[in-house]
Design a protein around this ligand. Structure first.
Ligand SMILES: [Zn+2]
Length: 72
């Protein structure tokens, strides 16, 4: 298994990300999920939490949205 590449987020941007649940006890274990609009906050603390186990999921890919969605 290869080491996932570290993803660098620009601050204050929206990304389309794919995440994977890595919590073995969770029904979602090893499932991947698409998050079409994830905000990067400061760009340093980007987390997606599993809706079932409430644990952070691993971000396996991220694409900067172009154009960026309008702020609500
Ligand atoms: Zn989970």
């Amino acid at each position: 298994m290869s080491t996932p590449q570290e993803i660098v987020f620009e601050p204050g941007k929206f990304y389309d990300v794919t995440v994977k649940d890595v919590t073995e006890a969770c029904v979602n274990f090893n499932e991947t999920f698409d998050v079409p609009e994830l905000y990067s906050n400061a760009g340093t603390n980007v987390n997606v939490t599993c809706g079932r186990c409430k644990k952070p999921m691993v971000i396996i890919s991220a694409t900067l949205l172009d154009p960026q969605p309008e702020m609500p």
